[in-house]
Design a protein around this ligand. Structure first.
Ligand code: TXA
Ligand code: MG
Length: 350
């Protein structure tokens, strides 16, 4: 398949290009596009055959359900059985934005979208290119992250090109995404609202509206005894080719522990990459690849760069990544969730 790559400026959207992309969606084809979280791989969410192509292009297991992206509230009603009161408050406060909500689904939603569940995940993105694409397509757009299954989610068009060139009909290059981690997934289909995946909207944000919101244990701990509620969380995600270890605790202790580990790993002849922060980057020995993921002063920078830095380490063929963990308040919860998944649960408390 030939993939057309087009550049669109979100501040000055080229209507011809958007309408061309929307036509592809309407014809049942695949278009990768930017959102404020990560790039998505889009298809007409009401067209079963088009949606199946998404799973094929990504190599994604079919039991892992997809998010439907909408552009207006009018598009929500036909897709769900009902909208709980609390959802209206979340819509008011967090949409458009990086919050996905799970509802009981209506019969309009194809079975492939929901992976056999009786629920559907819906999000209204904020990115202008994403919104225009949905508006011109006039259908909800099903879109998982636009990476090959198991790879880190794409936060720049070149990540998408690397993974999906020749597998999709169009890739829209709209620059770097903002948040850098996928949306928060909030399940409102049961009795107690539950976060199934931490993301751009933090638990602290949600608590202001839903004081009794809970968090699925599988998002915090990697353990065989815990079966995550969200099918997507059971797969090893965001995995670098290299082994990865994450160090958490006091920053001074983290630096010491990583330096000690380096010493031993070097003797074993392993090629090491350290994922450091602005505050600590000069504390590591020379001759080791050190990459700065962001600053501890503003953890949003770490979220924004995390997946890109993981991909960079793979490009440099390191054998092992030693990553500094962060505190789990605010966006730190989502960062640590992704680091936990990327490392296959190799979290070292120092
Ligand atoms: O930020 C995002 O959410 C991005 C952009 C493109 O919008 N999309 C994204 O999609 O991350 P994906 O498919 O990579 O992740 C969707 C997650 C998966 O963990 C999936 O299992 C979960 O949402 N999910 C989808 N529908 C669900 C449902 N009905 N019940 C429980 N979990 C669901
Ligand atoms: Mg994904």
């Amino acid at each position: 398949m030939k993939t057309k790559i087009v550049k669109i400026n979100s501040e000055n959207i080229d209507e011809d290009l958007i309408s061309e992309a929307a036509s592809l969606i309407k014809e049942g084809k695949l278009v990768a596009f930017p959102t404020e979280t990560v790039y998505g791989l889009g298809a007409n969410g009401l067209d079963e055959e088009a949606v199946i192509k998404i799973f094929e292009a990504k190599g994604r297991p079919q039991d892992n359900p997809l998010i439907l992206h909408i552009e207006s509230i009018d598009q929500l009603m036909p897709l769900v059985e009902y909208v709980p009161e609390i959802a209206y408050q979340c819509i008011e406060r967090f949409w458009p934005g990086p919050l996905t909500m799970i509802f009981k689904r209506s019969s309009l939603v194809p079975d492939v979208i929901s992976g056999g569940l009786d629920t559907v995940a819906i999000r209204m993105p904020e990115n202008k290119i994403a919104r225009e694409l949905i508006r011109w397509s006039k259908v909800p757009i099903a879109a998982p992250s636009a990476n090959l299954s198991g790879k880190p989610s794409p936060t720049a068009a070149h990540h998408v090109i690397r993974d999906l060139l020749g597998r999709v009909d169009m890739i829209i290059d709209g620059g770097s995404t903002g948040v850098g981690l996928e949306s928060t997934v909030l399940d409102l289909s049961g009795d107690i609202p539950m976060v199934l995946r931490p993301g751009g909207i933090t638990i602290e944000d949600l608590k202001e509206i839903i004081p009794n919101v809970t968090q699925d244990l599988g998002t915090i701990k990697e353990s065989e005894d815990i079966v995550p509620k969200s099918p997507g969380q059971k797969y090893r995600h965001y995995a670098p080719l290299a082994e990865m270890r994450v160090y958490t605790g006091d920053v001074e202790d983290i630096v010491k522990a990583i330096n000690l580990a380096c010493h031993e790993l070097k003797i074993q002849g392993r090629k090491i990459g350290i994922m450091a922060t602005v505050e600590t980057k000069d504390r590591y020995n020379l001759g080791i690849i050190v990459k700065v993921v962001g600053t501890r002063e503003q953890k949003e920078t770490i979220a924004a760069n995390l997946f890109d830095v993981i991909r960079q380490f793979d490009d440099e063929d390191v054998d092992i990544i030693l990553a500094e963990g962060v505190e789990t308040d605010q966006i730190g919860m989502a960062i640590m969730n992704r680091m936990m998944k990327a490392s296959g649960g190799k979290i070292i408390q120092v």
